[in-house]
Design a protein around this ligand. Structure first.
Ligand code: C2E
Ligand code: MG
Ligand code: MG
Ligand code: MG
Length: 288
């Protein structure tokens, strides 16, 4: 009679341990703990000027490396952070990392530009710009070194988004709409938004020369950008054929594995120095 009892007790114990582990390691707790433990780092993917082949800046891309060494992509953890109301600490930490990296890079190279993504939740809370502005001021970094990328999902509260973008531009940030064409904002609304640039989503770039149905849209996306007098940046450029298409279509800037993957801050700085040498981008010169 003792053996079944011992089995019962151990089964109950195992059950308790499994239940406790599940409770403690819910995705929300795991993410909150990761933010506290700063298990994140930022990588920088170069942005190229197509006409000159010069590097003009980089997009800051957040990475979550878990204890076990696995990387969780931002497409997974940013929606999670939004859902669990953890986007504020996550964004604050990201801004802190980027501004520290940028200040450090600017000590080594006089002209570095970094594009930061504003999540939809950041846009709606209205907190993003004040937090960034304060961090830049504290680090002594000029706002013009920072570009901002906002997605259409962030424009649900159109008045707030407009106010944030107008303030950002007034402070000297360049502002681009990200993943253009994948959201649901109306073109008439887009036309009146205070924007400097438009990023063509990777799905459109992928379609060039491949997917007939999607590629029909690409010249129109580019035409909209030109019509609205926006800088155009293509993302996810992987082949010379795609670059040739974009160059012929008058797209000014490109980003993708054809040039570089996302790099650490030091790797990015080395990439920019090697690529540019003493040459200065006419675009960057026009900003100064
Ligand atoms: P996105 O802004 O559209 O970023 C571009 C994504 O495309 C990046 O993925 C980049 O690594 C990837 N990519 C770039 N070139 C190529 C290429 O040639 N081939 C392929 N296959 N992929 C390429 P990543 O880093 O996984 O980022 C995914 C999205 O997560 C980004 O999309 C961005 O919206 C968001 N994200 C990343 N970091 C942050 C952040 O710090 N804050 C916020 N709010 N969002 C972020
Ligand atoms: Mg982006
Ligand atoms: Mg995209
Ligand atoms: Mg993008």
């Amino acid at each position: 009679a003792l053996i079944p009892l011992a089995l019962l007790v151990s089964a109950a114990l195992v059950g308790l341990i499994v239940w406790l582990t599940r409770r403690l390691l819910t995705p929300r707790r795991a993410l909150a703990a990761a933010i506290r433990r700063r298990e994140f780092h930022v990588l920088y993917q170069p942005i190229m000027e197509i006409a000159t082949g010069l590097c003009v800046g980089a997009e800051a891309l957040l990475r979550w490396r878990r204890d076990d060494g696995t990387d969780v992509p931002p497409d997974v953890f940013i929606p999670l952070a939004e859902e669990y109301h953890l986007i504020e600490p996550l964004t604050d930490m990201m801004i802190g990392c980027v501004v520290a990296d940028l200040a450090d890079m600017l000590r080594r190279d006089h002209d570095v530009h970094v594009a930061i993504n504003i999540s939809a939740a950041d846009m709606q809370s209205g907190r993003f710009l004040p937090v960034l502005t304060e961090a830049l001021a504290a680090a002594g970094v000029a706002p013009r070194q920072v570009w901002l990328e906002a997605t259409e999902r962030g424009f649900i509260d159109a008045a707030l988004a407009r106010q944030t973008l107008e303030r950002a531009r007034a402070q000297g940030h360049l502002v681009a709409i990200d993943d253009f064409g994948t959201g649901y904002s109306s073109l008439s609304q887009l036309a009146t938004l205070p924007l400097d640039g438009l990023k063509i989503d990777k799905s459109f770039v992928d379609a060039i020369g491949r997917d007939a149905a999607t590629s029909v849209v690409v010249p129109h996306v580019i035409e909209i950008g030109h019509g609205l007098n926006l800088l155009i940046i293509a993302e996810g450029v992987e082949t010379l054929a795609q670059e040739a298409y974009l160059r012929a279509a008058g797209v000014g800037f490109a980003q993708g594995w054809l040039y570089a993957k996302a790099l650490t801050a030091s790797e990015f700085l080395a990439f920019q120095e090697t690529t540019n040498g003493q040459r200065v981008s006419p675009f960057l010169a026009s900003l100064a």
